[in-house]
Design a protein around this ligand. Structure first.
Ligand code: NI
Length: 174
């Protein structure tokens, strides 16, 4: 396994529209393993393939939520290949979002609170489930990446400019 470099905004590759995965082969399995290692190392809770420069409709997530309140985080890796959102609730929810491609910057984004989604896992099994909470938000955030969209695109121009200014300031200080 390997830790892959994560593309950061304003890298134009992040604006690529990813294309469907056509075969779940050894190369894809290796990419999935590398994406998990990269995501855990960062650390983050979601990573789309395009964030490591691969324009395929593939993403990995692990909310790493503790099993009991205040307990240690428990790993529960999830792989989404060719995910689709079939339906979204009218009810919206707001989460403070961040992104490994927009390092250390966070902002509230409003999205459908629940989504019905379908996807293939790493064994090629098809899932169709209704997701809610952070899982629903994270999937929508990661699926945006497959369309070349970043969470900052959901903000007002004023908020986005402020956030990017802070990012540039942090980069200069580093
Ligand atoms: Ni992201």
């Amino acid at each position: 396994m390997a830790i892959l470099p994560i593309l950061e905004t304003p890298d134009p590759r992040l604006r690529t529209i990813s294309t469907p995965v056509e075969a779940i082969d050894d190369d894809l399995q290796r990419l999935i393993d590398d994406m998990f290692e990269t995501m855990y190392d960062a650390p983050g809770i979601g990573l789309a393939a395009i964030q490591v420069g691969v324009p395929k409709r593939l993403l990995v997530m692990d909310l790493q939520e503790p099993e009991e309140e205040d307990g240690p985080p428990v790993r529960k890796p999830m792989v989404f290949i060719n995910p689709q959102i079939l339906d979204g609730s009218e009810e919206l929810s707001v989460y403070q979002e961040g992104c490994l491609s927009v390092p250390e910057q966070y902002a509230e984004v409003e999205r459908p609170a629940r989504v019905r989604a379908s996807w293939m896992d790493r064994d090629g099994r098809i899932h169709e489930e209704e997701l809610d909470g952070l899982l629903a938000t994270c999937l929508q955030h990661e699926m945006d990446h497959l369309q070349g969209v970043l969470f900052i695109d959901h903000l007002s121009r004023l908020k986005r400019d402020m956030l990017l200014k802070k990012l540039n300031k942090a980069r200069r200080a580093a």
